[in-house]
Write a protein that binds this ligand. Structure first.
Ligand code: SAH
Length: 402
């Protein structure tokens, strides 16, 4: 990183309030601002600096990134107080993350870095073969973006790199939004592979990082149940669930989304996978379309409803839960007897039991019974920090309905 390595490195010291060290000692990666002795010296530490974290008595706890202006004031980088946060530190963590993915996947299409769980708090890196997207969600990562890009070049040697700095977390850190090509040329959608199928995404102007690799295993699971029947995929985005159902042998598939660009990518994927004759892209509001199909008495062997986060902030929990419940009800209504329903949620503010409860209630509202076949989270390229349950944000419940 840009920090010069002159040994020993002396980082500013940040003291915790009395008896606030326990969570850090138990392995939690964050310290909130009210747990820090926010004196003049602490307030003067430039946002994004590495700091030496000590308890109220001065006992070292480790090295963290620090921002005196955010609710999450410190994010742990290492419990070893002698850690030097230099280029080798980032490259080392990046290499470790890539080695794990190399072992997990045959093909170079996956999330490379999943922030805290990969020891790089605030950093997201996705790989689409030789195209890489990067999101720096903290001032610390943002300030070191050139060094991070250099480490990515060293470890992954991509042909093109896109900075996707458009997340809501950046706003919390006081960082501006920007999406920018920082290396190479991108002309048109980029190609990616998942579970043996080919897809297209627009990381320069699509949503988030261009593709949601997190549902990989859940897509494979539901696709295997779609053979020989009709499938419909609500909130389809670039066609991940639906196209995989078609490739697995569904007789027909409809992808429903309100984004024309997403549906263009889905249609292109249908062509590329040789299933265009069994595929329809339908631009519609998902809730309206579910209502319409329900009223028309249409049913499908497989129904997928994996929407955007309905609960973006804690205060929206009640409203968002009602939306999940309604979604489950409407989706259940158009699931054929004996058919399969997948309900997904990527709201980190909704924990798995709460989501399961909304799905169960929705089923009851629809007058349907069934059984849960799978309750799962994200695939292993989105690892979970063991002491940060919020990093397990994804939920997917698959049911068979009677
Ligand atoms: N299921 C997707 C991920 C969903 S992303 C996947 O497997 O990759 C959310 C998608 O929902 C976006 O493509 C967005 O355009 C779409 N969307 C959001 N609100 C919608 C609505 N009311 N009706 C239809 N599509 C909607």
């Amino acid at each position: 990183m840009t920090d010069t390595v002159s040994k020993p490195v002396k980082y500013p010291t940040i003291h915790l309030q009395a008896s606030r060290q326990r969570r850090v000692l138990q392995g939690h990666p964050w310290v909130y601002s009210n747990e820090v002795q926010m004196d003049t010296a602490a307030k003067a530490v430039p946002p994004g600096s590495p700091v030496r974290l000590v308890d109220a008595g001065g006992t070292p706890l480790g090295i963290a990134t620090f921002n005196p202006h955010t609710l999450i004031a410190a994010r742990m980088l290492s419990n070893d107080p002698a850690t030097v946060v230099d280029h080798n530190f980032v490259t080392g963590r990046l290499k470790r993350a890539v080695e794990l993915r190399d072992r997990l996947f045959d093909r170079p299409y996956y999330r490379v870095v999943h922030a805290e769980a990969d020891g790089l708090p605030g950093l997201i890196v996705d790989r689409f073969g030789d195209v890489v997207t990067v999101q720096a969600n903290s001032v610390f990562m943002d300030l070191r973006i050139d060094a991070i890009l250099a480490a990515i070049d060293e470890v992954l040697a991509p042909r093109a790199v896109i900075l996707r700095n458009d997340s809501t977390q950046r706003a919390l850190e006081g960082l501006p939004e920007e999406t920018r090509l920082v290396k190479g040329v991108i002309d048109g959608p980029i190609r990616l592979e998942e579970n043996g199928a080919v897809f297209f995404a627009n990381p320069l102007d699509g949503q988030k990082t261009g593709w949601f690799y997190d549902q990989r295993d859940n897509r494979a699971f539901i696709a295997a149940l779609a053979k020989g029947g009709r499938a419909i995929d609500f909130f389809s985005y670039n066609g991940g669930f639906g196209i995989q159902c078609a490739v697995a042998g569904a007789t027909s598939v409809v992808s429903v989304d309100r984004s024309a660009l997403a549906l263009e990518n889905a249609a292109r994927a249908a062509e590329a996978n040789g299933v265009a004759d069994r595929f329809e892209a339908r631009r519609a509001d998902a809730f309206h379309e579910m209502e319409r199909l329900g009223a028309a008495g249409e049913t499908f062997q497989v129904v997928v409803a994996d929407p955007p986060a309905f609960v973006k902030a804690k205060k929206d929990l009640a409203v968002g839960c009602r939306a999940y419940r309604k979604m489950a009800k409407l989706a259940a209504r158009i699931t054929a007897p004996g058919g399969y329903l997948l309900c997904g949620s990527c709201s980190h503010n909704v924990d798995p039991p709460t989501f399961a409860e909304q799905v169960a209630r929705g089923l009851t509202d629809a007058g349907r019974t069934g059984r849960i076949l799978r309750s799962a989270g994200a695939g292993p390229d989105h690892p979970v920090h063991p002491n940060l349950p919020e990093s397990a944000y994804l939920k997917a419940i698959v049911l068979q309905l009677d």
